[in-house]
Design a protein around this ligand. Structure first.
Ligand code: ADQ
Length: 746
């Protein structure tokens, strides 16, 4: 991996500029992003580019001093005017994008103003980044304020490596479509080489938006736009878990936590910690507490609910109104449920220093994290990391990105006031053994997948993902003819060849794909040629392949490597075992789609099932296929299955069963000097290509985007090539062959 510089670009910098007695001071931000990126910023000799905050009151000398201090820290400021900040940041970003992406449609103003400033500021960022950029740098752009930036950078620097990470949810495409500038936003993002999300759901929503709005069909984790490939990935952000755990062991923190519990006077402590934002679900959470206290008045003297709300976005009117709303609710509940001895809700509108925060986390019996929507939610993870005592209950909204990872939490629907009240009661009464078991699960996840692992995996993925055309060109690989000639000089050749689309054209029905006499002759020839070992690697069921290739002495892999047979006389051996009832949830869904889509059909294999729509109306079939894929993604999210899209087929298969198995198996038995040649035409073959050693000659059929070293046009080229390998190059030019097979074209 090359180690170029990393340019981090975000709206806010990891420091904020302030004046203190006429002196310029930089205060470090302690947020998740700042901590996670810190080692990368410092270690790569790179830069952090962003807005240093409001410097309107700085005079010229102070501005110069600020520039010098930022320069010393490898930070490049993007100065914005007060008006730009108001329209781009408070305006379009926080009044329009923020509520919309969090499904708060009613909070989006009638007129979505600020677009012009949003464009202008993104351009301004692009100019600054372009000025600082050096070839070889990787650029990582963060968050919704800068969604146009990837494309603006691409225009300025076509070869730059650009990553984008969205920290907030990407909404369902039905909601995203509300945005009048939806096209521009999508195109802006597609300027990146890699787009990262916190969860699979957000990524799927993005893919759906591309299809509905731009008509662009994405593969599960990649999209082609023009000559470029954009990869999509899921990177759930973590926290600096070690730091929280260390703070939690700090003597003063332990003492502060004990003091908090003493103050509570034997009452159980329930805690909420949030930025004061309407997405965090504070009013409904308070109502749930009220509901509980109304239902069980005895609890009024037995619990203390502490809600800390850190001031946020005070310049935006909605946030000012929201603050008053929350304060009114707190007052009302304390008025109606307070007793002479007890005020149930302790509310603080302020930021608390990290030590106090960790003391609160340590003191809590039940932690309430109930956002209506949240990209990830780091507070939930901070609570877990702070519980070095392996105790405490986490209540977590199913609409926080963190819910996809934290399965030890009590999951709640934050809109269900009674349900949340029930869950709080359950948390308060939970036996110690269950609390510990749940917390142990939570801690395993949070401590391992921390913010450093998150940043590392994104950056590595960004650095390794270079479009094939570009790397290949720069490495000067020999031509295919030369490579084949070299392979034929090797002591032996191992051929790994896919079947459909590679040896025969894709047929309308699977039955029509049976091998023609010419192909059977060719396979037989290869099978008996000394020095050549042929492996057919197909996704088809073993029985079909056995029937078709009954007399041919070749090694056959069926169902993407799940079944293997060394020759017609050998038994089939399974390489993995599927769970007994694996079809029970899957088949009803597939059957429903088959009924709704004339011309489609289901095929069930040992550990996979496929929904074929080659014969359906193309437009309708494609739409149904996309919907089905998303539905399956949800239905099977906790099952050991993965959903793949092939050519006119959606396939669900046992996770871990892929053509990569074949690569692993044969590599263990390879003789030295054996030349490896692999040929295939779709994504399932890519699994094989990827698992083979660098020296293997990988050939994609009809699909330049596949990660293969070479490319040929169609199955005819493949047959020609195989004849060459078998030392019979001249046979290829015999007339008749192609016409006969060509007639079978789909
Ligand atoms: P936020 O909406 O800011 O982040 P969150 O992930 O919960 O939400 O982070 C809040 C941070 O503020 C935490 O580090 C927390 O400790 C701190 N904080 C909260 N209350 C505080 C208080 N009273 N005093 C001091 N600190 C306090 C956005 C997205 C999230 C996503 C993150 C990271 O909205 O969904 O998880 O980015 O991608």
């Amino acid at each position: 991996m090359d180690r170029g510089r990393l340019l981090i670009v975000s709206n806010r910098l990891p420091v904020t500029a302030r004046l203190s007695g006429g002196e310029v001071r930089l205060t470090a931000a302690s947020g998740g992003l700042a901590t996670g990126m810190k080692p990368w910023h410092e270690g790569s000799g790179g830069l952090w580019i962003g807005w240093p905050g409001d410097v309107a009151r700085f005079n010229q000398a102070q501005r110069a001093a600020l520039d010098a201090q930022l320069h010393d820290r490898n930070i490049v400021p993007v100065y914005l005017t007060a008006e730009q900040v108001d329209r781009y940041y408070n305006g379009f970003s926080n009044r329009v994008l923020w509520p919309l992406f969090h499904y708060q449609i009613d909070r989006v103003p009638n007129e979505m103003t600020g677009w012009g400033a949003y464009q202008q500021v993104n351009e301004r960022f692009a100019d600054v980044v372009a000025r600082e950029y050096r070839p070889g740098d990787a650029i990582w752009v963060h968050d919704y304020q800068l969604m146009l930036l990837p494309a603006l950078l691409r225009q300025r620097m076509p070869d730059a490596r650009i990553g984008f990470f969205l920290h907030i949810p990407f909404p369902a495409s039905e909601v995203f479509r509300i945005l009048p500038r939806r096209r521009e936003i999508l195109r802006g993002l597609l300027g990146a080489d890699l787009i990262g999300f916190h969860t699979f759901a957000y990524m799927r929503h993005f893919v759906a938006a591309l299809l509905h709005i731009e008509g662009v069909e994405a593969d599960i984790d990649r999209v082609r736009t023009g000559s470029r490939e954009v990869r999509l990935g899921v990177f759930p952000m973590g926290i600096d878990a070690g730091r929280f755990a260390r703070l939690a062991e700090n003597r003063e923190v332990i003492r502060a936590a004990e003091a908090l519990r003493r103050d509570a006077g034997g009452r159980q402590v329930v805690l909420g910690v949030d930025r004061l934002d309407y997405t965090k679900g504070i009013p409904r959470r308070l109502q749930s507490v009220e509901r509980l206290l109304t239902r069980e008045p005895a609890l009024r003297d037995r619990i203390r609910y502490i809600q800390v709300a850190v001031p946020s976005r005070g310049e935006v009117d909605q946030y000012q109104r929201f603050r008053r709303e929350v304060e009114e609710i707190v007052g009302r509940i304390n008025g109606t449920t307070g007793t002479l001895r007890s005020t149930p809700i302790h509310y603080m509108h302020r930021s608390v220093p990290p030590r106090d925060l960790v003391a609160l986390y340590r003191a809590a019996d039940v932690m309430l994290v109930t956002p209506l929507r949240d990209g990830m939610n780091l507070v939930a993870k901070e609570f877990v990391a702070s519980r070095v005592d392996e105790d405490g209950v986490l209540l977590l909204s199913e609409f926080a990105g963190a819910a996809a990872e934290l399965d030890g939490a009590l999951s709640v629907n934050p809109y269900d006031i009674d349900g949340v009240a029930d869950a709080i009661a359950r948390g308060l009464a939970m036996p110690a053994a269950e609390r510990r078991a749940r917390m142990a699960r939570l801690r395993r996840r949070v401590m391992e997948h921390d913010v450093h692992a998150w940043a590392r995996s994104f950056i590595e993925s960004l650095r390794e993902g270079v479009a094939p055309a570009r790397t290949r060109a720069s490495r000067r690989v020999p031509s295919l003819d030369v490579a084949l000639k070299r392979a034929r000089e090797a002591p032996s050749i191992r051929l790994l060849v896919d079947y459909d689309g590679t040896l025969v054209p894709l047929a309308r029905t699977p039955e029509e794909a049976s091998p023609d006499p010419d192909l059977l002759r060719l396979l037989e020839r290869l099978a008996v040629t000394p020095g050549i070992e042929l492996e057919l690697v197909s996704g088809r069921p073993k029985d079909t392949l056995a029937e078709w290739l009954d007399d041919i002495p070749v090694s056959v892999w069926a169902e993407h490597g799940l079944w293997h047979r060394r020759g017609p006389e050998s038994p089939w051996e399974a390489t993995a075992t599927p769970p007994a009832d694996w079809t029970s949830r899957l088949l009803p869904i597939l059957e429903q789609y088959t009924q709704a889509t004339p011309g489609s059909r289901v095929e069930v294999k040992t550990a996979s099932a496929a929904w074929h729509y080659r014969e359906a109306d193309p437009e309708f079939g494609r739409r149904q296929a996309h919907e089905l894929r998303m539905l399956l993604g949800d239905a099977l999210s906790n099952q050991p299955f993965e959903v793949l899209e092939g050519k006119k087929v959606i396939e669900v298969r046992l996770r871990g069963v892929s053509k990569a198995i074949v690569a692993q198996r044969i590599q263990s038995e390879l003789n030295e000097g054996t030349a490896l040649i692999a040929i295939g035409d779709d994504r399932t073959d890519e699994d094989l290509f990827r698992a083979l050693p660098e020296s293997a000659l990988t050939i994609a059929v009809g699909h330049r985007a596949l990660r293969a070293r070479y490319w040929v046009k169609d199955y005819r080229d493949v047959r020609r090539l195989l004849r060459t390998v078998a030392g019979q190059a001249r046979v290829a030019s015999q007339p008749g062959d192609e016409r006969r097979t060509g007639a079978r074209h789909a």
